[in-house]
Design a protein around this ligand. Structure first.
Ligand code: F6R
Length: 261
């Protein structure tokens, strides 16, 4: 696992957007797995700017969703399908045909989850999966004690995650759905490159447990330790509890430029 400490969220967004641009240059039809929430927004802003300036051509990129609320009405502005279309697909100049996501309104949720896992496999797999992290260490919506081998399935959000996400629902926790569809941890680990961005002091404890703690279902993000190409990008505030912060800084400072992320 590589840990990169950046000064702030904007620097993290720029660094990761550059890695995505490099990927799209090498593989124009790469499948990019995207996360929602606040953290990845600087990545999407920086990537869209690169597309607008002509620094990268994203016309053949494909985008897939990490997770989705169950039961929000189709077109609800906070459904993750709506968020990904608004924040990623449209700014990159792509259309819905470039986009893949699970159906949070399916009559048969179990079948929809299996179909999504199969659809991801049929595309040839995710090239780069962006991840945020919950204050409780979740990735996607794999809450603590999710199986590290799990596949896409329905999960129940913890009270803490519903409190954290109430800001997207007019600060009304009662409007935050209890259930979600999420790529499983095993599904996430199938991606070729995992890139987790964490910013702000509220993520410092979860980041330290992820990077320096034991691999444990109690901290789902710690499963990244099992992946052979996992990059964790953190700002100074989110790095505050890392014992090896100086080592991570020195390693990145000495990294050969050609390696990229
Ligand atoms: C959302 C997702 C979640 C978020 C996490 C952090 O697609 O996968 O794991 O990344 O809840 O959310 P923010 O970035 O809003 O703190």
């Amino acid at each position: 696992m590589e840990v990169v400490i950046v000064p702030d969220a904007a620097a993290g967004g720029e660094l990761i957007a550059t890695a995505i641009a490099d990927l799209l240059t090498r593989k124009p039809d790469a499948l990019l797995g995207v996360a929602t929430g606040s953290t990845p927004l600087p990545i999407y802003t920086a990537l869209a700017a690169k597309v607008r300036s002509g620094a990268v051509d994203a016309a053949r990129a494909r985008i897939c969703q990490l997770d989705e609320y169950v039961g929000l009405p189709a077109g609800h502005p906070e459904s993750y399908r709506s968020v990904v279309l608004r924040e990623v697909v449209e700014p990159l100049g792509l259309g819905e045909s470039s986009f893949l996501g699970p159906d949070g309104n399916a009559a048969d949720i179990t079948a929809a989850c299996e179909a999504y896992d199969q659809a991801l496999a049929d595309t040839g797999g995710v090239d780069l999966q962006l991840l945020g992290i919950g204050t409780d260490g979740h990735i996607g919506f794999n809450e603590p004690c999710s199986s590290l081998a799990s596949r896409t399935r329905i999960k129940t959000l913890t009270e803490q995650t519903r409190i954290d996400n109430a800001r997207f629902f007019d600060d009304d926790i009662d409007r935050v759905p209890h259930h979600v569809i999420t790529q499983g941890i095993g599904t996430i680990l199938d991606a070729r490159h995992l890139v987790l961005l964490a910013t702000g002091a509220g993520k410092a404890e979860a980041v330290a447990a992820t990077v320096e703690g034991p691999v444990s279902a109690l901290v789902p993000a710690s499963a990244l330790q099992l992946h052979r190409h996992a990059t964790v990008v953190v700002d100074e505030a989110a790095a505050a509890h890392l014992k090896l912060a100086d080592y991570f800084r020195a390693t990145y400072a000495a990294k050969p430029h050609w390696q990229g992320l």
